[in-house]
Write a protein that binds this ligand. Structure first.
Ligand code: AMP
Ligand code: GLY
Length: 415
């Protein structure tokens, strides 16, 4: 079958790599893809905000399945447009993607279905927001409503930071969108994934990621500087609590609204003293969490995605290797602030091995040479019998690349 994968990150390289192992696959297009997907699939230029152009491409190339990686096209309704034209799509509808697209929507759903999450208040006027923060005090968490690509959240430990964050949201934020002010949750963070089809779901692994740019969780928030799986935090009891108190009621709430959720649901959770609480949902695989999940996933990813996209097929069982996977992100110097692009990267591709993979993210091919083209550039991933071994192998891989234009954290997966 022919598949069109939408996206250009390390997540999409990992999805392409895993789908390539499927005997079902005859041709894989990636729009727009990156330097890594160019080696294993066919990169195509498509404006994914132009639904008609994507539909026309799918017709012309007789695409059997469209897999949507990032959130923006989901929130933009690409899946609905393609489904409406008769194509199978992996990824939720626009209405269901509100679980990621609108924090206010998710908070309302949590309140209706009694899903544990941080107490919150919503404001669309700076003055009201400021008064609220001054009244409740710090620490407090301030989030711009709408998609913010990981940059719209401030965990403010002091009042000056809190007030500055509010000012910035109302000055620079999306016009008309407001701010969610949340109770600060204390605990360990874990990401849990579920492959969902209406009210049915199957867990799809767990992971932890490192959001801050520098060692020791210092520096600005990024899209993610590394990840590992399993998280080491899950117990049978915790899994049960997450399923029954968080994921199941969310899915039934979506179903009751007439907007059932189909696709991968990524729950960002805080493990507090009162039990797991929802920080946020994403309606797609995380990046770089996806890379570590794909390293560990057994079986045919394409078959799983196809079965999920078609409501009348049984999803094959989801199984993961017992091995641990760890991913170190190599980012362009300056990221998440301004950085240079077009810097050549030598030593690619690294020769294949069963226990390691170098996924590419912000790269492209230029005159046959791989050059940097984004903030997060390379993802060194490895499998090991435990996290320490996976870690060592992933860092060995980073050393082999030794790219001068980049930097990476040296403490991914360290407690
Ligand atoms: P988000 O973009 O919503 O994932 O938030 C980015 C990061 O901010 C999360 O990964 C958490 O580390 C932190 N965070 C978000 N909400 C809260 C909260 N209510 N309490 C404590 N930390 C939070
Ligand atoms: N790594 C976090 C995300 O994909 O949103």
């Amino acid at each position: 079958m022919k598949v069109l994968l939408i996206g250009s990150g390390g997540r999409e390289h990992a999805l392409a790599w895993k789908m390539n192992q499927s005997p079902l696959l005859s041709r894989l297009f990636v729009a727009p893809g990156n330097g890594g997907t160019a080696d294993i699939a066919e990169n195509v230029t498509l404006d994914v905000t132009n639904h008609e152009a994507v539909r026309a491409f799918c017709c012309a190339h007789r695409v059997d399945l469209v897999v949507i990686g990032p959130e923006a096209p989901l929130v933009g309704g690409l899946s609905d447009a393609l489904r409406g034209a008769g194509f199978d799509v992996f990824g939720p509808s626009q209405a269901a993607a509100q679980l990621e697209g609108s924090k206010q929507f998710t908070k309302q759903l949590c309140a209706q279905k009694d899903v544990p999450t941080a107490a919150h208040a919503y404001f669309d006027r700076l003055e009201d927001a400021r008064k609220h923060v001054e009244r409740t005090g710090v620490p407090v968490v301030i989030k711009a409503d709408g998609l913010a690509a990981g940059k719209g959240v401030t965990v403010a430990m002091d009042m000056a930071t809190a007030l500055a964050a509010l000012e910035q949201i109302f000055v620079d934020g999306t016009p008309g969108a407001g701010v969610v002010i949340e109770e600060y949750l204390e605990g360990e963070e874990v990401s849990v994934f579920a492959l969902c089809s209406g009210t049915d779901f199957e867990l799809f692994g767990d992971a932890r990621d490192h959001k801050r740019a520098f060692d020791g969780d210092r520096g600005p928030n990024t899209g993610g500087m590394g990840a590992f799986s399993p998280s080491g935090l899950m117990s049978a009891e915790l899994t049960e609590a997450i399923c029954t108190r968080i994921i199941a009621p969310t899915l039934s709430g979506m179903q009751e609204r007439g907007t059932p959720f189909r696709g991968i649901l990524y729950a960002g959770l805080m493990l507090t003293e009162q039990g797991p609480k929802l920080i946020e949902y994403n309606v797609r695989f995380g990046d770089p969490e996806c890379q570590v999940l794909m390293m560990r996933l057994q079986g045919d990813l394409l078959e799983m995605l196809l079965a999920n996209a078609k409501s009348d097929m049984t999803v094959p069982p989801v199984r993961f290797k017992k091995d641990h996977a760890l991913c170190v992100v190599v980012a362009a110097k300056g990221y998440p602030g301004p950085y240079e692009t077009g810097v050549p990267i030598s030593g690619l591709p690294v020769e294949p091995a069963a226990d390691r993979e170098l996924f590419q993210a912000g790269t492209k091919k230029h005159d046959g040479q791989t050059v940097s083209a984004g903030g997060r550039v390379l993802n060194a991933c490895a499998l090991g019998r435990d996290r320490a071994q996976a870690r060592k192998k992933a860092y060995d891989l980073v050393e082999r690349i030794n790219w001068e234009g980049g930097f990476f954290r040296t403490d991914i997966g360290q407690d």
